[in-house]
Every structure is written in structure tokens, then in C-alpha cells.
Design a protein around this ligand. Structure first.
Ligand code: ZN
Length: 248
């Protein structure tokens, strides 16, 4: 992932103890780290799965995703980039009307571990304002790009009424070219979470930070496979089903 390269550069350039800096970067990026404040991951409800999608909307692949989700009568949560949402307002409203939850993924996908307070605030508020004007209601969830954050990132999100969200099931779907690189890995992680007694917070990508209409055929096919495999035995929920039960 991009952030590991950035992190490596920062560690290399730093005069401070590499161990201390490495520890801080670990805390800044690792989903389960609570050092920089709490974030929603997944509650102790092993029968539930939240499908979440980042970096959209995508004019080609998001509508296909909507069709698949509708066919399986499943709802999902979409973490949108403000810069893409503002270009596709009818699509965003379609997603909302279909019962999906729309959430904030920043305006332009910066790495918030290396972003100052002023820009962090601007990235979140600009997206929040645009989403509210499109949806007629405020978004309630925020996922930091790359999972990267500083204490201010989560404080800022919470001050805007946003619950920070991370994940506990991810395959490298943003660089996958076939469904086989994504679906089996996610299914194994979902089973692992189930064995551990927790729900699965699955992150996939319907968009891409660098391009509005990036190819997401592998991710979309993986969703079809996961719904076919789990829809009979598990419940697919949107993230608001987990508030306030798991928020701490
Ligand atoms: Zn992202």
C-alpha cells in the first residue's frame, strides 16, 4: 500500500529513534490499534456481516454493485470521496434510495497520518457539507483513507458527528484482476471472525483514489460470490446496525 512507502520514507528521514517512530506509525495505521482513539470495527455478533465499499462512487461499477445487492436483498455502506460524489449526485441519491448507507471517506483521499489539522478539517467538512446537500441528511460514519490517522483525525471526525470506522476483513481487491484473488481470502477472514465470535466488517473498493472509473470487476464479482455463499446463513447489515452497541 502507498502508506507503507510513505511511512518508510518518514522513518528513514527521521532523526528520532526508528523504533519510536515505527511504533507511532504502527499505531497510526493498524486497524486494531486504539492508541489514537477508538473506532468502530465490529461487535460480538458473529452472524452479521457489513459489506463496506471505499473510494466511489464509480459511474460504471457502482451501479452493477447496486444491482447485485438488490438481487440478494442486501444493504451495504459506501464510503464516498467527496470529489467523486459531487460529480455523480443522481447516483449517490440512487444508492441512498436503495437503502444503502452513505458515509464520508474524505474529499481527496489524503493520508491523514501526515496531514495537518487545518487540511484535515477542510477534507472532512467539505465532504460532509456536500453529502448533506445531496442526501438531505448528514453522513454518520467516516473511514480514514488507508486507515491512517492521528489523534486529531478522529477528534475532528467526532466533532462533526461522525463515528470513525476501520475494518477486520480486507483482501487487496484494489489491485486484484480476478475474483479468485479476492473472494476466497475474504470468505476465510469472515469465517475466522465468526470463529472468534465477532461480526465481519469487510472493506472492498468500488472506486479508486486516482481515477473516477477504475476497473473494479474483481471486487464486484467478489461481492456476488460472498452474497451467494453467506446470504442464507448470515445477516448483511449496514454500519448503523452496530451503533451504539459496539461504540466505545
Ligand atoms: Zn480509500
Amino acid at each position: 500500500m502507498e502508506w507503507t512507502e510513505q511511512a518508510a520514507r518518514i522513518v528513514a528521514a527521521s532523526g528520532a529513534s526508528a523504533l519510536a517512530v515505527g511504533g507511532a506509525l504502527f499505531a497510526a495505521h493498524w486497524p486494531a490499534s486504539r492508541l489514537y482513539g477508538s473506532a468502530l470495527i465490529a461487535p460480538a455478533r458473529p452472524e452479521q456481516i457489513a459489506l463496506t465499499f471505499d473510494d466511489g462512487p464509480n459511474p460504471r461499477w457502482t451501479p452493477m454493485l447496486l444491482e447485485i445487492l438488490a438481487r440478494h436483498n442486501a444493504r451495504a455502506t459506501f464510503f464516498l470521496l467527496g470529489k467523486y460524489a459531487v460529480l455523480q449526485k443522481p447516483l449517490v441519491r440512487r444508492m441512498q434510495a436503495a437503502g444503502h448507507r452513505i458515509a464520508n471517506h474524505s474529499w481527496s483521499h489524503p493520508n491523514f497520518a501526515f496531514t495537518g489539522n487545518r487540511r484535515t478539517h477542510a477534507e472532512l467538512t467539505r465532504t460532509q457539507q456536500e453529502l448533506e446537500s445531496i442526501l438531505g441528511e448528514p453522513a454518520c460514519f467516516f473511514r480514514p483513507p488507508f486507515g491512517a490517522r492521528r489523534p486529531y483525525t478522529l477528534r475532528c471526525a467526532r466533532s462533526l458527528g461522525l463515528t470513525p470506522v476501520l475494518w477486520n476483513a480486507m483482501a487487496a481487491d484494489w489491485k486484484a484482476t480476478t475474483v479468485d484473488q479476492v473472494a476466497p481470502r475474504l470468505a476465510a477472514l469472515i469465517e475466522r471472525n465468526h470463529t472468534r465470535g465477532v461480526a465481519s466488517n469487510v472493506v472492498l473498493h468500488d472506486g479508486g483514489q486516482h481515477s473516477l472509473d477504475v476497473d473494479r470487476s474483481a471486487s464486484v464479482a467478489a461481492v456476488e460470490a460472498l452474497l451467494a455463499r453467506f446470504n442464507a446463513t448470515r445477516r448483511f447489515v449496514t454500519l448503523d446496525a452496530w451503533i451504539p452497541a459496539s461504540e466505545s
